[in-house]
Design a binder for this molecule. Sequence first.
Ligand code: 13P
Length: 223
Amino acid sequence: MKIIAANWKMNGDFEFTDRFVREINSVAPKNVIVICPPAILIGKFRDFRHQIGAQNCFWKESGAFTGENSPRLLREAGCRYVILGHSERRSIFHETDDIIFEKYKAAAANDLIPIICVGEKDPKNREEVLERQLAPFLKEPLRKAIFAYEPVWSIGTGITPTRDETEFALEFLRNRVGDVPLLYGGSVNGENAAGISQYKNADGLLVGGAGLKIEEFKKIILI
Ligand code: 13P
């Protein structure tokens, strides 16, 4: 059984969500499915038979933080998971490794399972970047968490790392974070999902664009 998470990013809409919920409810995957829609769509998943996650959260319970969502409210809204440290949050919203660690602690304290994304912009710097991004998490014993290896150069490009590269990165993570689920993300589609999910140390996939194509996503979750 694999974990298949889908990050809709700032895509999807109300009508599409209704159709998606109906269609995906009609298949019976043996894998754990986690859909992470834009926060405003979370309420549309009330009848969904699978899991819901958020794409981000703040690290405080409440207060003067215009535009943010607290982990507690996301949990109340029905989320079980939250993606943290996605490369788009790191690069566009300037999230640092320490900020991501604060969010991780707040999410875990509110019973959300954080899906922490790590990955390099340039394969030449893979080890150095992964080491830096993981560093805050290695200072104390890890609570509940999932890590996703998402090489930035693979996101939205249709290019995936070789099997050796992915297995190297997953083993690198495994040796540091231990026995927590590890996902691969970056240009996963209906054709490559089954193969990648069989790589050593791959406990599942984090899907982007293909998570918004209903027929293709069905293929992925039925691997
Ligand atoms: P793509 O699958 O569209 O490359 O996106 C991956 C991703 O960023 C998932 O978080």
